[in-house]
Design a protein around this ligand. Structure first.
Ligand code: UDP
Ligand code: MG
Length: 316
């Protein structure tokens, strides 16, 4: 049986050789399976692509898919899932934050007969407090407001078998979270724990803007609350408006009519603000519908390195 491991790579020149050493040490010790190492180079601007070419020449298990433009780690993992040949597939970050030794644990758990095994973070080393906080809030919101249950502390690593991979290939959605899509597919899932280590070298590429985009994508993709609650909010504002009208009318009957300017401004600003927010929510949905309907590919491949041959410019 063959197991594929996907590595999303973006400017990781100082980590790749160390990663290769540590991964091969682990997989060489697992005798019952063959391995395929898929490096998806997300259009790195440093020497990562040269290092990957060398690794490919040295080891025929190494395959390289290079993107023509930077498309983010979820697109890179999706590319690996679309092209892997293994009976099962796993993902490890190229910065060595996920220790390659968890492969052994994941495989053991998979052999018990589950389709999808999550590696759940028990602890995170060397991470900023803000990152940990953001991550907690993200998983709490997703578990509360969407119909997909994720491990509450979050998972960046998983092992999925062929059934899950084939089901995933049928999901064409782009503006979504890959991990939540996998969890949403169903199948038998379970988890094992691990300690997420500090980055080996270099900096994290997840900016605050990217994190916010992922959070909004995940919420809109798997929850109908934002769009359905718009009408409820509208309904309550209408009731408030009606009650306020009674107050104004009552004051008029009592001989103390409500003065104009201040009260009018408050009402206009509040209602205007709420309307703008609603338009924003609609806009988010509309933009996503438009983006999906354009049917641009999730990623564009510049070349593929496989079995000592290079195939150029193939897109999915
Ligand atoms: N990555 C990628 N494309 C990007 C950003 C990151 O393929 O645009 C890769 C990166 O090389 C690493 C993994 O995705 O292997 C996780 O990225 P990073 O370490 O920056 O994120 P964090 O660990 O902070 O979540
Ligand atoms: Mg990282």
């Amino acid at each position: 049986m063959l197991i594929s491991i996907i590595f999303p790579v973006y400017n990781e020149k100082d980590n790749l050789n160390e990663l290769y050493e540590r991964v091969t040490e682990v997989v060489d010790a697992i005798k019952d399976y063959r391995f395929e190492l898929i490096f998806v180079d997300d259009c790195s601007q440093d020497e990562s692509s040269d290092i990957l070419k060398d690794l490919h020449l040295k080891d025929k298990r190494v395959k390289v898919f290079r993107f023509a433009r930077n498309s983010g780690s979820h697109a890179a993992v999706a590319c690996g899932l679309h092209h892997c040949q293994g009976d099962a597939v796993s993902v490890l970050a190229a910065d060595l934050q996920d220790p390659p030794s968890i492969m052994t644990k994941l495989i053991e758990e998979w052999q018990k007969g589950v389709n999808l095994v999550w590696a759940v973070r028990l602890e995170r080393e060397g991470e900023r407090a803000s990152t940990n906080f953001f991550s907690k809030v993200y998983y709490a919101i997703m578990n509360r407001f969407t119909n997909v249950k994720m491990p509450p502390k979050g998972a960046d690593v998983f092992l999925a078998d062929r059934a899950v991979i084939d089901a995933f290939k049928k999901v064409p959605e782009k503006n979504s979270s890959l991990f939540m899509t996998l969890a949403w597919l169903g199948f038998k899932q379970s988890s094992v724990g691990y300690v997420k280590e500090a980055r080996h070298q270099g900096e994290s590429k997840w900016t605050l803007t990217k994190k916010i985009k992922l959070a909004v994508d995940s919420l809109l993709s798997f929850s109908d609350i934002p769009i359905r609650y718009m009408s409820i909010v509208g309904f309550f504002i209408a009731i408030l408006g009606f009650l306020y009208a009674l107050v104004v009318f009552g004051a008029f009957l009592m001989g103390t009519p409500v003065e104009g300017w201040a009260s009018l401004m408050v009402v206009i600003l509040v209602i205007g603000g709420v309307q703008m927010m609603m338009l924003g929510v609609l806009g988010e949905y509309l933009w996503r519908t438009y983006d999906e309907s354009r049917r641009r590919p999730m990623y564009v491949l510049e070349y593929v390195l496989e079995n000592n041959t290079i195939t150029e410019a193939v897109s999915r």
